[in-house]
Design a protein around this ligand. Structure first.
Ligand SMILES: [Zn+2]
Ligand SMILES: [Zn+2]
Length: 304
């Protein structure tokens, strides 16, 4: 539902919608929104720089890096002496395709809880990428098709591959093209990335193709032959999910905080009250209780 003033944490579709009157967001978020929804997807845009104090309706708003995707932000709202931090989607571990997460002290913390259960402990992404590179080396007759979200996850996978010494050209689904170009324009070196088409489709033997998860099941991917299906997602730690989706090589790579990151963020924020949203709250509610931190689920209005 469009509003008069929207403060937007990052450009993923479940957080950034078109047709608001005024949008306050980081420059990257605004640019990516324009790429996805068009230049006129809001009437007015105001860029928030990280750390800049913005006075709005009697409050002070400050954006801090959330480490989730390029341009992602946590938003601090100060009213009188009370500080409320909304994390948006975040992760605390380093990611060379996103601005480095910053810890922010606050009185009230509104945190995402996507992986808010103790079973979720994400492995080192470098190890997961090594599995992929080894599999490519050991299956030269196959094309590795990796399902990864078009914004953020795909570019992170490509960057991780490059950092691990994989320099072959990487083929991408058309849905990734503009966003990947934007990341390159922002000096995130992705190496040789080629959009897949009818002609080069025959050349993908022994190579890697990245496509959004939605494209894995449709006609597009049925046209590719001799595929090894991979999926890069935090949910791949749930073996049943990988099986259901017929994923042969699950890669546990997440852009969301895992259980340890969530609990240490809650502790280190110094918040006396925690609001849990965007995922599962029961595990964290219990954890907060035994750590004597007040916690409550926050249900947000669905906007569809
Ligand atoms: Zn997100
Ligand atoms: Zn989200």
């Amino acid at each position: 539902m469009p509003v008069d003033k929207a403060i937007i944490t990052h450009a993923h579709a479940d957080h950034a919608r078109p047709n608001h009157n005024k949008v306050l967001a980081t420059e990257d978020t605004i640019n990516i929104m324009k790429i996805r929804y068009g230049n006129d997807c809001a009437n007015f845009f105001q860029i928030a720089k990280y750390g800049e104090r913005i006075y709005l309706d009697g409050t002070v708003i400050t954006f801090f890096p959330a480490g989730h995707i390029l341009g992602s932000a946590q938003i601090l709202i100060e009213y009188k002496k009370i500080k409320v931090l909304v994390t948006g989607d975040f992760k605390t571990i380093p990611d060379r395709t996103a601005q480095r997460y910053q810890l922010v002290k606050c009185n009230h913390l509104v945190t995402e809880t996507t992986f808010g259960l103790p079973i979720f402990k994400h492995p080192d992404p470098k190890k997961e990428i090594k599995k992929l590179i080894d599999s490519i080396k050991n299956n030269v007759e196959k094309c590795h098709l990796v399902g990864a979200y078009a914004l953020g996850k795909s570019q992170r996978i490509i960057k991780l591959l490059r950092d691990a010494g994989y320099y072959e050209e990487i083929y991408i689904h058309g849905a990734l093209e503009k966003i990947s170009n934007y990341y390159s324009y922002k000096n995130i070196e992705l190496g040789k990335v080629v959009k897949i088409n009818k002609e080069n489709k025959k050349l993908i033997r022994g190579k890697l193709v990245i496509a959004p998860p939605s494209a894995l099941k449709d006609r597009w991917s049925r046209n590719l032959s001799n595929i090894k299906l991979c999926m890069a997602s935090g949910w791949m730690s749930v073996k049943q999910r990988a099986k259901q989706k017929l994923v042969e090589l699950p890669l546990i790579i997440s852009d969301h905080a895992d259980w340890n990151e969530l609990t240490s963020t809650i502790k280190e924020s110094g918040a006396e009250k925690v609001w849990l949203t965007h995922g599962r709250d029961e595990g964290l509610r219990y954890w907060c209780k035994i750590n004597q931190i007040e916690a409550q689920a926050l249900s947000l209005k669905k906007e569809d």
